[in-house]
Design a protein around this ligand. Structure first.
Ligand SMILES: Nc1ncnc2c1ncn2[C@@H]1O[C@H](COP(=O)(O)OP(=O)(O)OP(=O)(O)O)[C@@H](O)[C@H]1O
Ligand SMILES: [Mg+2]
Length: 382
């Protein structure tokens, strides 16, 4: 079995399926804050260097005052210069727009940035066709409004109002799914750093953004919309394109770590051999890029084969191994669960079948593990 990656997870018996980044990595963030010797932009809890270290990891563990060593693990795999540019943008008066294919960790990166810079990542607007202005700015508590008239007290603050008044980062997920007029609500706020509440008089109706406030938006390039954003909105953001993880080794490390973490969270003990996970990661990588590691071309399925999906295939296959198999993840269980994520369009099954008949078969002659992988191909179905 491959080297176990020990993560600094603070996973109490919270009774929750998922912890926010600031909870999950609370001890890393505390150690970074304690050791941070660099200047911090106004309203930030960490310096830009420490934010980068939190996201990209450090080569050595951090020694805290209590002499405890806290490893700072890499959390986002890919372009570190993109991470630096994203951090720099958040210190300016422009918002950050993360765009890219589904499952490339745009939401993860935005959550990590908010957790490191503001200490909270929950000031989040989930964009959809049904998102309204109320859910972004504020709404009214009608009982109080009737009893006391319009006042700040009768306001029900939404994430943008909270982020501005608390000087924190606000996340706007899937912004392009919102109607254009709703997207445009943030245009004056990003430029003037001021929210006007017409129902309130004078200075009371002016909400000024405190230092530390900014917006991180994400948008999926497979969805319609990035091109339809208004020019005014586009102009107020710096765009960064997040791409799939380029290296198989990095993707393998991430998938292995995530699978072990998720199985641990589920309290399910399965032996997950890194060599078996590698079959999956290599398959995803080759189908996604349309090229084998040896340089031969491969028919690409039209479905997006994201790292996020590789993780979910590996977790399902591992659970399968536990519930119906030997308790050790086998190549056949990977094949069984591949179809559900790699085949979403009619032609995808053919592309996957061809990959097995040509590329997997070729390797099966020389390698025992690939041989077992190939032997399970009938599970792909017709
Ligand atoms: N470059 C990467 N670094 C770290 N984790 C990654 C990376 N790419 C994908 N992942 C994994 O994928 C998971 C899901 O990513 P996330 O939901 O952030 O993607 P997304 O780009 O927001 O997708 P969508 O467009 O569908 O919303 C992450 O939690 C992580 O496990
Ligand atoms: Mg997302």
């Amino acid at each position: 079995m491959g080297k176990k990656l020990v993560e600094n997870v603070v996973e109490p018996e919270s009774g929750r399926q998922r912890l926010m980044a600031e909870e999950r990595f609370a001890n890393e963030l505390a150690a970074l804050r304690e050791q941070d010797r660099f200047e911090r932009p106004g309203g930030w809890l960490l310096s830009p260097r420490s934010v980068r270290d939190f996201i990209c990891g450090t080569s050595k563990p951090l020694k805290t005052a209590g002499r405890e060593s806290i490893p700072i693990l890499r959390k986002f795999f890919g372009d570190d210069s993109l991470v630096e540019r994203a951090i720099v943008t958040l210190a300016t008066d422009r918002g950050l727009m993360l765009i890219g294919e589904p499952g490339t960790a745009k939401s993860l990166l935005s959550e990590l940035l908010a957790a490191a810079i503001s200490g909270v990542s929950h000031l989040t607007i989930q964009g959809s066709a049904a998102t309204t202005e109320d859910q972004i700015r504020y709404s009214w508590n009608y009982a109080l409004l009737v009893a006391k008239g319009p006042s700040r007290e009768s306001l029900v603050p939404a994430p943008l109002y909270q982020g501005m008044t608390q000087g924190k980062l606000v996340r706007f997920e899937e912004i392009t799914r919102c109607p254009l007029e709703v997207q445009d609500v943030i245009v004056p706020i990003l430029s003037e750093r001021l929210m006007l509440i017409p129902e309130l008089e004078g200075a009371n109706g002016m909400i000024h953004a405190r230092p530390g406030f900014n917006v991180i938006a994400t948008a999926n390039t497979r969805d319609r919309g990035v091109n339809e954003m208004s020019a005014a909105l586009k102009r107020r953001f710096n765009f960064e394109t997040v791409r799939p993880i380029p290296s198989i080794a990095d993707e393998l490390e991430l998938v292995q770590r995530e699978v072990e973490r998720q199985l641990q969270g589920l309290k399910i003990d399965v032996e997950v051999d890194r060599d078996v996970t590698e079959l999956l990661v290599q398959t995803f990588h080759e189908l996604r890029t349309g090229k084998t590691v040896e340089g031969a071309s491969v028919q690409q399925p039209s479905s997006v084969l994201s790292t996020a999906e590789a993780v979910s295939v590996a977790v399902s296959a591992s659970l399968h191994a536990k519930f119906y198999g030997s308790g050790k993840l086998e190549p056949s269980e990977i094949v069984e669960h591949l179809v559900g994520s790699a085949v979403k369009e009619p032609d995808d099954r053919k592309a996957l079948g061809t990959y097995f008949d040509v590329n997997v078969k070729g390797r099966a002659e020389q390698n025992e593990l690939w041989k077992r992988y190939y032997a399970a191909r009938k599970k792909l179905g017709k």
